[in-house]
Structures are given as structure tokens and as C-alpha cells.
Design a binder for this molecule. Structure first.
Ligand SMILES: Cc1ncc(COP(=O)(O)O)c(C=O)c1O
Length: 400
């Protein structure tokens, strides 16, 4: 089986995970500061603050902008649905703007059509690592005097108009989750050149528990899962770990994952040490992923279409999302029998318009119904994209 996700097992990462409890807290603090500084320089902004998750970075921005009850925020209609209740809990009404089907990102025209006197902020994505038309969106936001937040959860290392994403808007959020470009077993990064936003975030994370325990637990469980994925007995291991009554492993992982995201838990020194190395290797990683992406796009069988990758800049892909013109549920089932693990619907992204009770974003609805996420990761090996494309073709054939 070609799994959806893989993580690298590197000696230096393992050493960081297992020595974390013995590292002095002063060293942790210095390493977190060094990682934030390296990230800040990489994005080209004035401040970077490490947070418990990407979504927490978003909420810190929202709070720093003093958005609250009665305010409206425009969000992409095709993005992570879990963001919506978090924003709604602040009394803010999210209004979805439809996406461009070619790029899967929002456009200035579509966001502009959603602006009302109550609009107080605009959230845009660089979805799946491909930059949105950020120049036009910035002009729109400036014309209306609205702050613009960039969601760079998928796009660390991507450029638009020659500038790193995350450096355009009033502030940006990055995710450091396990499958992302700079993956540190969880965490997030807030970047901004606005001192007030940075100070608010810095204060919010100042007095947190910096004990590495939760991050070490999550990393250790992730390594166990990765070893199971790599084992020739993966199917059996998966049944024992995730299936039926034997899903204790999944529960333990969830618990560790949730614990790490609690607002009382701070980003740890262990994560920062891993993050510094990942950041140093980011360009090389993005070159590799972009090359695999292109190879897979070239080999896509009939019936599949890849989104436009570089209309608004140079991407930094972290996965491969393709549109399929048949039944995605049947395709997923057929792909399983071919040994290919595809993600569909809410496992890829959500139709946020529907979640918000809007029926006016047909392109997001079509993306939700037609996009499949195809494995793209370092575990594929040299001829990986070709093997994936072959399995996709066989699965599509089986569906006819
Ligand atoms: C588009 C998008 N925005 C925000 C986030 C939130 O990131 P995190 O999981 O680190 O909270 C994600 C998570 O993958 C995402 O896909």
C-alpha cells in the first residue's frame, strides 16, 4: 500500500526527541528564539512567534485585530472547516468567498463581491502550496481599509511576485504539523510586520508550560506509526493499531496531539531544534516535492486534471490534489485494491460555504465533490510518481 503520508526518520531528529527531557530550559528558550528568528528572516517580515498550532496563530491574529461580535470576516469557501467554529466562538460571522476552479484559491473579484459594511477582515489561502493572487487581493484590502490575513498552512517557502508568502498581509499563519514543509510534530508560526499583533501574540504565549513531554509523546507515537507503515506487515499492523476495538493506538495519538494543542502548552525547544534543521533544508525539500508534483501531473491518466500551479508565483507543494471527473468514492475504493491510499472530501478540505449555510459557492462545492488527494511524499522513491500514476490509471479503469 502506498500510504497518504510518510515522515522521514532521521538520526538527529530521533536524538532531539529522546534527549529533550534532559535539555536545560534556558537552552530550549534560546533554540525557540533562534527558530523564530530564522523563520522571520525566511519570510522577510519583522516578527515571528511560535504557537501551539497554525489555528492558534490565526486566533491570536484575530484577537490582536480586535475582531469580535457583529464583525464579518471573509474566508475561502474551500478550506479547513475546523477553522470556522473557532472564529465563530469569538462572535465573528464568517462569510465564504468562492474559489477559482483553476487554482482552487479565492480571487480579488470573488472576495470583493462579499464585502459589506460589516466586513472587518479578509482571510486568504495559498492552498496546497500554490500562491493565490495576493497582489490583487492586497490592493482590494487596501482600497477598503481591511486587514488581510494570509493562511500559509500549506505553503512555507512559496513565493508570489518574487516575495515569500506570509510577507504580504497584515499577518500570516503557518502550520508546523507532521506532513507540512517545516514539520515539527505540531506547532504553528505567526508572522507579521505589525508590532501590535506581534506583541499581543508574544504576551499570549509568554507564560506557557515549556516542558517537552507532550511533544515527545506525540513524536514517539508518530515514529511507532511510521515504522508500522514501513513494515511488510503494514496491513496487519494497521488493523491492530487503527481498526475495530484495537484502536487504542489511535486514541493515544489523538490524546497526545490534542494535549500539544492546548493553549497552556508552549512550543517546545525540541520542536524548535527540529524546525531549524527543516527550515535549513526547505529549499531542497521544495525542489524535490515540486519535481515530483510535475512528474505526477505529466503522468496523470485521462479523467484527472491538476490545478494550475504557478499562475501567481512559485509554489511549494506539500501534497497533490487532482480533480477527477468520475465518482470519487468508487475511485477511492478501487485505489485501495490497487494499493493506493487516496483522500477525498473532508479529508482533503471542506466546503465551508455549505458549513456556513451558504448555497452560493458552486466552485467550492465542485472541488469538494471532485478533488482527490494523491500521495506525494519522500517515501515514494525514485519512480514513485510514475507508480502512483499507474495505480491511479488502474483504479480509474476499474471504475469504468
Ligand atoms: C488550510 C489550513 N489552514 C489552517 C490549518 C491549521 O493548521 P494547524 O493544524 O497547525 O492548526 C490547516 C491545517 O492543516 C489548514 O489545512
Amino acid at each position: 500500500m502506498i500510504p497518504r503520508r510518510r515522515i522521514p526518520i532521521a538520526g538527529r531528529d530521533l536524538r532531539d526527541v529522546f534527549t529533550a527531557p534532559f535539555v536545560p530550559r534556558t537552552q530550549d528558550a534560546a533554540d525557540i528564539a533562534a527558530f523564530e528568528e530564522a523563520f522571520r528572516q525566511r519570510v522577510g517580515c519583522a516578527y515571528a512567534v511560535a504557537t501551539a498550532s497554525g489555528r492558534e496563530a490565526l486566533l491570536l491574529i484575530v484577537d490582536a485585530l480586535r475582531l469580535g461580535p457583529g464583525d464579518e470576516m471573509i474566508v475561502p469557501a474551500y478550506t479547513l472547516g475546523e477553522l470556522l467554529p473557532l472564529i465563530a466562538a469569538r462572535g465573528i460571522r464568517c462569510v465564504a468567498a468562492d474559489i477559482d476552479p483553476a487554482t482552487l484559491n479565492v480571487t480579488a473579484a470573488r472576495v470583493g463581491a462579499r464585502i459589506t459594511p460589516k466586513t472587518r477582515a479578509i482571510l486568504v489561502d495559498h492552498l496546497f502550496g500554490a500562491p493565490c493572487e495576493i497582489g490583487a487581493l492586497m490592493q482590494l484590502a487596501a482600497r477598503h481599509g481591511l486587514p488581510l490575513i494570509e493562511d500559509c498552512a500549506h505553503a512555507v517557502g512559496a513565493y508570489a511576485d518574487g516575495k515569500p508568502v506570509g510577507s504580504f498581509g497584515d499577518a500570516a499563519l503557518f502550520s508546523l504539523e507532521v506532513s507540512k514543509g517545516v514539520a515539527t510534530f505540531g506547532g504553528g508560526m505567526l508572522t507579521t510586520s505589525n508590532r501590535q499583533i506581534a506583541e499581543h501574540a508574544r504576551q499570549a504565549v509568554a507564560d506557557r508550560l515549556r516542558h517537552p513531554g507532550p511533544a515527545v509523546r506525540k513524536a514517539a507515537l508518530k515514529y511507532v506509526e511510521e515504522m508500522a507503515v514501513r513494515s511488510p506487515l503494514y496491513a496487519l499492523a494497521a488493523r491492530l493499531m487503527f481498526g475495530g476495538r484495537g484502536n487504542g493506538f489511535e486514541r493515544a495519538y489523538r490524546r497526545a496531539h490534542d494535549q500539544l494543542r492546548q493553549p497552556s502548552v508552549g512550543y517546545s525547544g525540541m520542536q524548535a531544534r527540529i524546525g531549524l534543521r527543516r527550515l535549513g533544508a526547505l529549499d531542497e525539500r521544495n525542489r524535490r516535492f515540486n519535481a515530483m508534483w510535475l512528474e505526477l501531473a505529466d503522468d496523470l491518466p485521462p479523467g484527472f486534471a491538476a490545478p494550475l500551479r504557478d499562475r501567481h508565483g512559485s509554489p511549494a507543494f506539500y501534497n497533490f490534489a487532482a480533480r477527477y471527473d468520475g465518482d470519487i468514492v468508487r475511485l477511492r475504493r478501487a485505489a485501495q485494491t490497487q494499493g493506493l491510499d487516496l483522500a477525498i472530501r473532508g479529508e482533503v478540505m471542506d466546503d465551508c460555504a455549505v458549513l456556513l449555510g451558504q448555497a452560493d459557492c458552486p466552485e467550492a462545492a465542485a472541488a469538494y465533490a471532485k478533488i482527490v488527494q494523491v500521495p506525494l511524499h519522500d517515501g515514494l522513491g525514485a519512480d514513485g510518481p510514475r507508480r502512483v500514476a499507474k495505480k491511479l490509471a488502474a483504479a480509474a479503469c476499474q471504475c469504468r
